[in-house]
Design a binder for this molecule. Structure first.
Ligand code: GLC
Length: 486
């Protein structure tokens, strides 16, 4: 099958969050399974790209955003069997950061329209156009309402939307419909793309795509539930029969403790005890935490995350003093909300012997933390899938999660009362409050300190999980086949 992925970020070129990992690793697996996949991304020029060679220019053309004629340079780049098409326009994409600009709605309108033309320019007529999140949300509507009357290029193409993070809705004023996409105001007036008095590109994608997916079965259910739906309950309800939840896989080559070049000592599911011990000593040293001999076995609790409310950071700052009291080392790697950063810095200054912070992103340190920690904290308020908890498990680091979205689907919390130690592969709690998190941390630490055997069994269960893309990629193939019947 011929599949074109449209996304605002993608490994190994540009990464902000899990979206980049997922599009890339899913595409690689689909190619391995015999599909023909191309990925279209913006050609960002912000100094942090990872090209092995200069992308090759294929052609240039103009698109019209209403009356404005805009240049598009189309480039091709191939790596690991994956073909990327890059959309160049320095006015839109030569900036210090990927997102967060006042004209993001316009930047991604440009990208969406240019990407639709790009596939025509390279004559890649996809069976399925797989779009990801709000940035490219207008594409199915734009093709149906504007392109289909001009050319038959996309007449047989079906569209699949994957919702990775619906907290970002792609809100824009109604005048943008015409001013960017040349679309008629009628689409706003009749309600199809209207959301909260504005246009939401994500809502438009929900209305116009042949099939909709999100990144775990539980998160699908949460999106159909009023209080956790981010406002999309009613429009998703109308599409319920075409709406699926598929849990993300992991790039198991990138995250493999047997071969990981970033970690101090590689290990496998049998040699993890010694391996993790050495990795822990190494990562504590690189964080500037130098425990006294008697403290060396104290647990290292880590987080690798974006520092936002979504990730449960308000609970984390409250639980930290209690973790310190129980002799934990705490390491947090991430960046985001300046207010949360400040609160973490204050805690670090108060407990400098226990807490290490790295504000920013550092891939090598992330790998070291996954390998060298004992526990991995992820008490998210909501989590469509989550990747950190799965990586942690693969490195024998037990996640402490809230039972929400994909976290619920990927972690079985240890319950000492029902004694599910044979199945458990982490720790979990339900209610989003300090007591909930405190409960899960206490179970984890009690097990760590007082029940080594159970703790090791849980590590054994986690480290042996099969997290590859095989199953989920096959589910996507099924979805694509269903889309073709639409
Ligand atoms: C978003 C979600 C996260 C998910 C990722 C990839 O970042 O917040 O839960 O794992 O997308 O699908």
């Amino acid at each position: 099958m011929k599949i074109a992925m449209l996304t605002s970020e993608c490994n190994p070129l540009y990464k902000v969050g899990g979206l980049a990992d997922v599009v890339y690793s899913l595409s690689k697996k689909l190619i391995e399974l015999g599909d023909n996949v191309v990925i279209v991304v913006p050609y960002y020029k912000n100094g942090s790209t990872h090209f092995d060679y200069e992308p090759k220019k294929i052609c240039e053309y103009n698109i019209f955003m209403s009356w404005r004629k805009q240049y598009v340079g189309l480039y091709e780049y191939k790596t690991n069997g994956v073909t990327f098409y890059l959309i160049d326009n320095e006015f839109y994409f030569k900036r210090d950061t990927y997102y967060g600009w006042g004209d993001d709605a316009e930047r991604y309108a440009f990208f969406s329209m240019a990407a639709v033309e790009a596939l025509m320019a390279v004559k890649f007529r996809p069976d399925v156009l797989h779009i990801h999140d709000w940035q490219v949300g207008m594409v199915p509507c734009y093709i149906k309402e504007r392109i289909d009357s001009r050319t038959d290029f996309y007449h047989k193409t079906k569209t699949v939307l994957t919702i990775h993070n619906p907290a970002f809705k792609g809100m824009m004023d109604k005048y943008c419909l015409n001013n960017y996409y040349g679309l008629n105001d009628r689409l706003f007036d009749n309600g199809i793309v209207r959301f909260d008095g504005q246009v939401s590109t994500l809502k438009s994608a929900i209305a116009y795509s042949n099939i909709i997916t999100t990144v775990s079965p539980t998160y699908r259910d949460e999106l159909l539930n009023y209080s956790t739906s981010q406002g999309f309950k009613y429009c998703l309800e109308l599409r319920k029969d075409d709406f699926y939840g598929i849990v993300n896989g992991l790039d198991i080559e990138e995250f493999d403790p047997k071969t990981d070049p970033f970690i101090h000592r590689q290990f496998n599911p049998r040699s993890y005890i010694l391996g993790k011990k050495q990795c822990k000593a190494d990562v504590l040293a690189s964080l500037g935490l130098s425990p006294k001999e008697k403290d060396k076995n104290n647990p290292l609790v880590s987080m690798v995350t974006r520092l936002y409310e979504q990730k449960g950071m308000d609970l984390v700052v409250q639980i930290i003093p209690e973790l310190v009291q129980r002799n934990c080392f705490i390491a947090i790697l991430g960046s985001g909300d300046p207010y949360i950063q400040q609160r973490l810095e204050k805690l670090r200054d108060k407990y400098p012997n226990n807490i290490a912070l790295y504000l920013g992103f550092n891939n090598q340190l992330a790998h070291k933390l996954y390998a060298g920690s004992d526990l991995f904290l992820m008490p998210s308020l909501f989590e469509p899938c989550g990747i950190g908890q799965m990586i942690a498990q693969r490195y024998g680091t037990l996640p402490i999660v809230r039972e929400t979205g994909g976290l619920k689907d990927t972690v079985v919390g240890y319950n000492p009362i029902s004694n599910n130690v044979k199945k458990a592969n982490g720790f979990s709690f339900i209610d989003y409050d300090l007591n909930g998190l405190r409960y899960a941390c206490n179970v984890a630490l009690d097990t760590y300190f007082n029940n080594v055997e159970a703790f090791r069994t849980i590590i054994h269960n986690a480290i042996n999980l099969d997290r590859g893309w095989e199953n989920s990629a096959k589910k996507y193939q099924e979805i694509y086949r269903k889309a073709l019947l639409k």
